[in-house]
Design a protein around this ligand. Structure first.
Ligand SMILES: [Zn+2]
Length: 159
């Protein structure tokens, strides 16, 4: 398990998320995925659809030629949907090919890190965390689940 995780390019994935925020000129919180998607649509042939997937499927990315389609589970909580879409954007930008769900794979780790950084830019989060350690308040501010917030804080060794 550790070996697999170690091969994931976490730093590169986070940097890519930071670059995307910068390129899409996003400064406000919560990060507007609409703005992110609008920006991406000027660069790529991207479609996005919500589906009533089963609980086991949060999202998917389908590439046909240069056409990318992101499907997300629209029965899940708004915060979860935001994370799912961000995760799939990560796969898209990192050129990952579509694979069956494999939670421990480097590609999944990278997409996770990308999504976490996109929705919770670390530099910003660190500042906010200094002001309040109230996770409920922070999860509202970033429009992410408390679980995703806690995981990001821990992975970035803030807590
Ligand atoms: Zn994935």
């Amino acid at each position: 398990m550790d070996e697999i995780v170690n091969t994931a390019q976490k730093g590169a994935a986070r940097n890519l998320a930071r670059k995307l925020l910068k390129d899409a000129k996003i400064v406000n919180l919560p990060v507007s995925l609409q703005k992110v998607l609008d920006f991406l649509k000027t660069k790529t042939n991207l479609q996005i659809y919500g589906y009533g997937f089963s609980e086991k499927v949060s999202g998917m990315l389908v590439m046909i030629g240069d056409e990318a389609t992101i499907g997300f589970n629209n029965t899940q909580h708004w915060h979860r949907r935001r994370f799912t879409i961000s995760h799939e954007i990560g796969h898209l930008l990192m050129g990952h090919t579509c694979n069956p769900v494999d939670k421990g794979s480097p590609q999944e780790t990278e997409a996770h890190q990308f999504a976490a950084e996109l929705l919770m830019p670390l530099a910003r989060l660190k500042q906010d965390f200094k002001q309040t350690e109230n996770l409920d308040e922070l999860s509202k501010r970033y429009a992410v689940s408390k679980e995703a917030l806690t995981r990001h804080l821990m992975e970035c060794r803030v807590i």
